[in-house]
Design a protein around this ligand. Structure first.
Ligand code: PMP
Length: 439
């Protein structure tokens, strides 16, 4: 057996590598089934974040596993450049049907980061194809997370990323203010009533830069990685109205909110606001094989198909775009979503999670609790060092058989859609003990 304290070769992503060595014993995953992982020590962990927001149907969903196995045995790989395979055409059709009306065309990629960079390229190329090449400015939002590509970190609002790679940022990017305001909206249940006016900052940016220079605005309908920041009532609609008024494309990054987590197939439907472009990944195939994609409005697609004739209309794609295994997993996942009416199940469980998580309100150091659909966050005041309290809670949760995620001093919960009411209550009870133990 390889020594798992030896990190001389394996470089872990988004992980404090040096610290991992001390804690590796209970952090080695061996297998998974349904809502649980099992570690190499034989400990069962409730997966409080559905993988990384992706395994809503639970791990090793039998239909998904079977679909991948059968596909691997039939057509393991198919180049998507100049060639096609039937299931990928059918998958695009199914996703277009599930997406908000008017968003009809799907471009497949392999991750959320790729989906974001692809969407930004589409936005810029669309304006150029229409003969409006001066629209090059992109607007993101503070605290936004749009993956790790250079496009994504440019429009994203994570300061650490932006500072480090400053010279490589896309030029001409501005950021809307975030909507995370503890003074005005702490302990809101669902969408906060305060904050829709923050969308008006976009109007100010339009005045500042002139609409004719702005290509697109990109936001997560619900900010996931920032710690489940729920859009204030009316906020997304105001962004929509301003974008429409000024011919600016509105992109919803639905990598987390897509495919059920908000209680509808897309966040756009849950919040009843239709963007021009949607990015997705994760839940499209239950996280079983890497996959992402971009869904665009019909006339955006048309601009590419009726533009000047080249050998290809959009000079973009990935070796693994529409990978047969990912596509097969997606078909099986969408079958199960449809048969089990997954969004309805999420809407049923959402009030359970809301009650359970807000039950932590009186615990020491808890300064905010937020929730929508099957996503929730518990924010704590910082201990001696920012982030330290959340790390301790993460460790104490693990010891008690619960895997959560932390960002800063925020604990994030996104249980699988297949979780029972009891499991959701058990999850927050365990978190309560962990908060107490962490001090
Ligand atoms: N966009 C959003 C909104 C995300 O939450 C994430 C990942 N959590 C990404 C993009 C990046 O996805 P990936 O890690 O698959 O590149």
């Amino acid at each position: 057996m390889t020594d798992t304290t030896d990190l001389s070769h394996y470089w872990m992503p988004f992980t404090h590598n040096r610290y991992f060595r001390e804690h590796h014993a209970y952090r080695m995953l061996a297998s998974a089934e349904g809502a649980y992982y099992t570690t190499t020590e034989g400990q069962r962990l409730f997966d409080g974040l559905s993988g990384l927001w992706c395994c809503g149907l639970g791990h090793r969903q039998p239909r998904v596993v079977k679909a991948i196995q059968q596909q691997a045995d039939t057509l393991d790989y198919a180049t998507a450049f100049q060639m096609g395979h039937e299931p990928v055409f059918r998958l695009a059709q199914r996703i277009a049907k599930l997406a908000p009306q008017g968003l009809d065309h799907v471009f497949f990629v392999n991750s959320g980061s790729e989906a974001v960079d692809t969407a930004l390229k589409i936005a810029l190329a669309y304006h150029r194809a229409r003969g409006d090449a001066s629209r090059t400015r992109l607007i993101g939002r503070e605290k936004g997370y749009h993956g790790v590509g250079f496009g994504g970190i440019s429009v994203g609002g994570m300061v650490a990323n932006r500072k480090l790679y400053a010279p490589a940022m896309i030029p001409g990017v501005d950021h809307l203010p975030h909507t995370h305001n503890l003074k005005e909206m702490a302990f809101s249940r669902g969408q906060p009533g305060w904050g829709s006016h923050l969308a008006d900052e976009l109007e100010r940016m339009v005045q500042l830069h002139d609409a004719s220079t702005i290509a697109a605005v990109i936001v997560e309908p619900m900010q996931g990685s920032a710690g489940v920041v729920i859009p204030p009532v009316g906020y997304l609609q105001r962004l929509r109205d301003i974008c429409t008024k000024h011919g600016i494309l509105l992109i919803f990054d639905e990598v987390i909110t897509g495919f059920g987590r908000m209680g509808a197939m897309f966040g756009a439907q849950a919040f009843d606001v239709t963007p021009d472009i949607i990015t997705f990944a994760k839940g499209v195939n239950n996280g079983a094989v890497p996959m992402g994609g971009v869904i665009v409005r019909d006339d955006i697609h048309k601009a590419f198909m009726t533009g000047p004739e080249h050998m290809v209309e959009f000079f973009h794609g990935y070796t693994y775009s529409g990978h047969p295994l990912a596509v097969a997993a997606a078909h099986a996942t969408l079958d199960v979503y449809a048969e089990q009416d997954t969004p309805a199940r999420v809407r049923e469980l959402a009030p359970v999670l809301e009650d359970a998580v807000h039950g932590l309100r009186s615990e020491a150091n808890v300064i905010d609790i937020r929730n929508f659909g099957l996503a929730a966050a518990v924010e704590l005041s910082a201990a001696d060092k920012p982030g330290l309290r959340a790390v301790r809670i993460f460790e104490e949760s693990l010891k008690r058989g619960l895997l959560v995620r932390f960002t800063g001093d925020i604990i994030v919960l996104a249980p699988p859609f297949i979780a029972s009411t009891d499991e959701i209550w058990q999850m927050t009870e365990t978190l309560k003990e962990a908060i107490k133990a962490a001090g």
